[in-house]
Design a protein around this ligand. Structure first.
Ligand code: DGJ
Length: 754
């Protein structure tokens, strides 16, 4: 791994065993992008990649050189207003209104390790040998502005992390109108763009579209990263599959408004851009001020999407998530939300908790409704004191009772929100986002608090601190249940309004950071009406996130499959809930519900006091299994095997393999039972080809053909044989057939074949 600067060609080459990233300083002292992809031999002069043609109608900044047009040069971080007509990396308005700002190369510094970004989440290293970084300083002499481009290349991952910092060293203000985290100009458009799209209850479904000339983009202007789009896109070569072909993934470590786009120009050059959405952003930098963009992460794979995802998983699991929970398996929890909603009292909760304890659950989570006078969504957000009618001894009392049972205790908060009907709103109506003297749009009967104001964040910190320091709280579910509208800070000047959306997120990060520091043992789970803030920014503070409010097993297969494109299994909040399902009214077996939820943090969210003893017995077995295998489920190398969005669209499969490849778990899901179907085989991945594996099916051992010992190569080349009644094999027990079926297989290496 390394970063090389060659003074003769003025080229920078960032590389490790897998990737190369090359750019150079041009004759006009701006930066030209030369190459990004599979590793090429370092020390090679790649100047020949600076192709220059004469294009009619082009604007040439170097007078007398008709071959030099920024519009036709693949740039490293392009400016607006200098002849490049594509969407830029940044746009700055000087105090005199001039938006043409030209930065030129000044110096660079290469060093081992990686620096944090003040106030923002970012990937990190544990020792300087893990990565090398370079800071390129560019300078705008007229306005005395400095721009630093930061790059880090990790030694053992096909990852480049980038961000940008602007500093105003002049005496006048300068206003950032656009400050993207990354642009990347690729030489052709022969890609499909993959995105994770959806809505509430249907988050992160995979969508692919062929790149065409023009702009194709996804974005959020909702204040959070959103249900609709995730701050991620990937470019896939047309032949790319899960296991082969080139894939470039781009992910933004940020939880607020974002824009991710691919712009293809009329010469088929593709510019990828990702960063804070410029639409509502306007950041006036006073003299001396620095602005840092969020970090963007580039992952390169020459072996398809699985390899890209595994790199994201490893990076985010081990070098983004921090703290005591980073490497720990997650406690199996019971959450009371779908069991009781707002309608509970302490005794009801304790009844559920007792049952939970009996079946081996480790953490009881008290969801929404425990504070103020909250009995529905219309009141009390902001009033963070216990409702003594429901909880006579408050949070202290119930947390002690739960602990006395031998379980941990978790609590729900929604710190960023306030109801109009609350003491907090009555005391501080101007603390909301939006002109409080006018009628404001409400979502779920609530307003958004102005977290761009320090006093608001301080207040919330104080209130949460009081509760967390007085009671025994081991886990927090941090919710955020509405998109933002009417964004305006009642405390800020007109020229500061363009900062509010970003400052809001900085305020959220600040509150998280302070609470994490004060209570390092607490496990945080982020949540936003399900999965509206399932993003890397949140993972820096909360190692797990609620995937979706849709807890139906069948819906969850697609949601978790899509989520796995970027995010590790250990981060996916997943629960077994009741049937008929609360969102889609579907009846699925307890077996199938668990078989999906195992691939996540795993817990239950239903009224255990209403279940048959046979169901509780089955759950007990599930919990024993999860306790035994959760390290493999949550931290095994994850392989997607069958795509529910493609092919027959009726089956899906994935597997987790232990680091030493001696153990694996395979899950196969079939939505509707077909008839007179093909013989079904499922080729596996990630095994030792020469090793022998003993295969056992979980709680469904009627399939004699499958049980036994197979070599890794057979399992990879031929696969598991999964034919059943659908393929005419009537020897299998009838009750194991039917719709919404899940099969789980455990593979263990054995010394030899019987
Ligand atoms: C939305 C979350 O996603 C749910 O799990 C639950 O916590 C509710 N909010 C509570 O209001």
């Amino acid at each position: 791994m390394g970063i090389i600067y060659d003074p003769a060609s003025r080229q920078f080459h960032l590389f490790n065993q897998e990737i190369s990233y090359v750019f150079r300083i041009m004759e006009n002292e701006q930066l030209e992008h030369l190459y990004y992809g599979k590793r090429i031999t370092p020390y090679q002069d790649l100047s020949y990649l600076s192709e220059r043609g004469h294009r009619d109608m082009q604007v040439c900044p170097i007078k007398g050189n008709p071959y030099f047009s920024l519009e036709h040069i693949r740039q490293e971080y392009p400016a607006f207003g200098t002849g490049d007509m594509r969407y830029p990396g940044y746009e700055i308005e000087a105090e005199d209104g001039n938006r043409t700002v030209r930065f030129v190369y000044q110096s660079h510094e290469i060093y081992s390790g990686k620096k944090p970004i003040t106030g923002l989440p970012s990937t990190y290293v544990e020792s300087p040998e893990e990565a090398q970084s370079i800071e390129i300083t560019l300078w705008e002499p007229d306005r005395k502005l400095e721009m630093k481009l930061f790059y880090t290349v990790y030694e053992c991952l096909p990852v480049i992390a980038r961000h940008v910092e602007f500093t105003n060293l002049g005496e006048q203000s300068a206003t950032l109108e656009t400050a993207m985290s990354l642009t990347l100009d690729m030489p052709d458009k022969d890609y499909e763009m993959m995105e994770l799209v959806g809505t509430w209850g249907r988050e992160r479904h995979i969508r692919k579209r062929k790149l065409e000339v023009g702009v194709q983009s996804i974005h959020s202007l909702r204040g959070h990263s959103s249900h609709q789009y995730n701050p991620f896109l990937a470019l896939l070569r047309p032949n790319a599959t899960e296991t082969s072909g080139e894939v470039i993934g781009v992910s933004l470590i940020y939880s607020g408004d974002f824009l991710a786009q691919a712009e293809v120009d009329n010469f088929d050059v593709t510019r990828i851009t990702i960063g804070i959405h410029p639409q509502e952003f306007r950041w006036k930098m006073s003299p001396g001020e620095t602005f840092a963009t969020p970090e963007a992460v580039l992952v390169y794979s020459d072996a398809g999407c699985n390899q890209m995802s595994q790199a994201f998983h490893q990076l985010y699991q081990k070098r983004l998530v921090r703290g005591v929970w980073r490497d720990q398996v997650r406690p199996i929890l019971i959450n009371n939300w779908e069991a009781t909603y707002f309608d509970f009292h302490e005794e009801k909760l304790l009844q559920i908790a007792r049952k939970a304890k009996e079946i081996g659950i480790e953490l009881f989570v008290l969801d929404d409704g425990w504070f103020g006078k909250r009995n529905d969504s219309r009141s009390s957000l902001g009033d963070w004191y216990p409702n003594l009618e429901k909880l006579p001894q408050g949070i202290v009392g119930i947390s002690e009772k739960i602990h006395a049972m031998g379980m941990k205790f978790g609590l729900w908060f929604e710190p960023e929100m306030v109801n109009e009907n609350s003491d907090l709103y009555r005391a501080h109506p101007d603390w909301v986002l939006g002109d409080y003297t006018k009628s404001l749009g409400a979502g779920r009967d609530q307003y958004v608090l102005d977290f761009s104001r320090k006093e608001v964040v301080d207040y919330l910190y104080q209130k949460m601190y009081e509760i967390l320091s007085s009671a025994k709280i081991d886990y927090i579910k941090w919710d955020c249940n509405r998109s933002f509208s009417d964004v305006f800070s009642n405390a800020k000047s007109p020229e500061e309004q363009g900062k509010v959306r970003h400052q809001f997120i900085l305020g959220v990060y600040d509150l998280y950071e302070r609470l994490r520091e004060a209570f390092p043992e607490i496990l945080f789970e982020s949540c936003a009406s399900g999965g509206a803030r399932f993003d890397p920014g949140m993972l820096y503070y909360a190692p797990q996130a609620w995937v979706s409010d849709d807890t139906d097993a069948v819906e969850r297969i697609k949601i978790q499959y899509g989520t796995s494109m970027v995010y590790p299994v250990s981060s996916m909040g997943s629960h077994v809930s009741k049937v008929p399902n609360e969102q889609v009214f579907r009846n699925t077996s307890l077996h199938t519900r668990a078989a999906v939820a195992y691939f996540g943090t795993f817990g239950y969210e239903l009224d255990l006091t209403q279940l048959e003893s046979s169901e509780l017995e089955e759950m007990k077995r599930q919990i024993v299994l999860m306790k035994e295998k959760r390290n493999l489920f949550q931290y095994g190398k994850f392989y997607r095997l069958r795509d529910p969005f493609e092919g027959d669209k009726n089956t899906a499969a994935w597997m987790a393999v232990s680091e030493d490849q001696t153990e694996a778990i395979v899950a196969y899901y079939r939505i509707m039972q077909p008839i007179e179907w093909r013989y079904e085989r499922l080729p596996l991945l990630g095994l030792k080809t020469e090793a022998c594996y003993c295969i056992e099916e979980w709680e469904r051992d009627a399939d004699q053909e499958q049980d036994g010992i197979r070599s890794g190569s057979e399992l990879e080349q031929i696969g598991l044989i999964l034919s059943d009644w659908a393929s005419g094999k009537k020897a299998i027990a009838r009750e194991l057939q039917g719709d919404y079926m899940a099969r789980l297989f455990f593979l263990k290496e054995v010394s030899e074949r019987k």
